[in-house]
Design a protein around this ligand. Sequence first.
Ligand SMILES: Cc1cc2nc3c(=O)[nH]c(=O)nc-3n(C[C@H](O)[C@H](O)[C@H](O)COP(=O)(O)OP(=O)(O)OC[C@H]3O[C@@H](n4cnc5c(N)ncnc54)[C@H](O)[C@@H]3O)c2cc1C
Length: 446
Amino acid sequence: MTAKIVIIGGGLAGLSAGYHLADFEPVLFEKEKAIGGLCRSFTQDGFTFDCTGHLIHLKNAYTKELIGRLLPHAFQSHERLAAIYSKSTTTPYPFQANTYGLPADVIRECVVGFVESMQASNGDSSNFYDWVLHTFGRGIAKHFMLPYNEKFWKQDLRTITSDWVSWSIPKPTLEEVVDGALGLTNKGMGYNPKFMYPENGGIDSLPQALCRPVKNVKTEEAVQYVDPKKKYVRLTSGREEPYDFLVSTLPLPVLYQMLKDTPDSLKSKAQQLCAVSVLNINVGINRPGISNQHWIYFPEEQFIFSRVGFPMNFSKSVAPEGTSSMYIEITHRPKEKVNIEEIFDRVILDLQACGMFRKDDRILTRHIIDIECAYVIFDQHRQKHLQDLIDYVESRNILTAGRYGRWDYYSMEDSILSGKAAAERILKTIKDVTRHDHITTSECTS
Ligand SMILES: Cc1cc2nc3c(=O)[nH]c(=O)nc-3n(C[C@H](O)[C@H](O)[C@H](O)COP(=O)(O)OP(=O)(O)OC[C@H]3O[C@@H](n4cnc5c(N)ncnc54)[C@H](O)[C@@H]3O)c2cc1C
């Protein structure tokens, strides 16, 4: 069977689908000038910036083998150096297991609160706010978990479900909390104690490598709508592309806006899926060693940013000698108008207020990216309707893949694997159809 396969989106998920279907020469449409999606890198004035930090942590044997094969010897391995800046001091990540150095009354509240939470009955922890209190106790909740997450998610934490937290937020034992309070540093906790990063070229080298066998990549081609009945996609350029199989890595609400002949009730459910946006300010500074950390969290309200990272500590190649580079993350609600210049001025003041910037530091370059759909919000609505929304799309023979196609908290590895999963489903259908055709042909000729 010759199958016409169309893929929407040239991020890791779309490229992975293309890579795993390369023998069928799928056509991949990407609306931007270059492929890569969130894993694009931008080089400017000698600095290479990613969309904030994009660090690789692999759990799956297949992705380890794939990435090793695509980019042999390209990565450096790092032991995470992350910190929290609060109460005018810096403590190691994670906060909950490293309170030493904070004011004594804060440490006391954190330790006593943790012990109390262990003694209390578990209660209902289905929303994120309650989960934080039950898991960490009132002190850790008050001094880090609640303010940081309120700043990050930009909404009442009681409206966020707790079904995404089990792997992403490290839960310490009592021994770890006590050790951390006494200054016996707890290292290596959480899902990313070590990570990999390309020695050269920024994270972009990963999508570029995945793209190599994908022949029909059409950049600056934005899909405008999808007609699942007649099986074609229409692009804003006016081009129409028929397909037998379609893989979409578009954010699910965007795909629903583009789908012809779709029940309004489903369209409106899709529009209620929520995400937060990230304004990513990247800067190059005229001084080396501005920090020795990989990234620092800022839970306190007086700082506009929630996290600041230092790409020059991921790879020497991303910043010229004698300089430093930073990414600054500020979350906001999608569609909220952001005044970039006002925010930029505030960022500089806040960096000075926490002592990271000196008055005589000079910004050599800046690169600003507003990521509209950055972090999917896990809420009741998602919990209730996501499966129906995916099932309906699949019933129209469209496979969704990637962080936003599946509307999930996917890492780069997860996105690559979901593109592969979509490809495998297509390959299986093609194989089944070919076998069926073969059987019917031999039945006819026998
Ligand atoms: C701020 C941030 C930091 C992150 N840090 C890490 C990290 O450190 N480690 C990690 O493992 N993961 C990280 N991730 C997750 C990682 O970025 C994603 O899992 C992965 O890049 C998603 O790939 P994707 O292909 O699913 O989506 P995307 O990269 O969003 O790709 C979708 C593509 O579709 C294109 N597109 C959109 N509309 C159209 C249209 N109409 N027509 C054609 N093309 C279109 C887009 O331009 C884009 O290229 C981070 C994510 C964010 C937001």
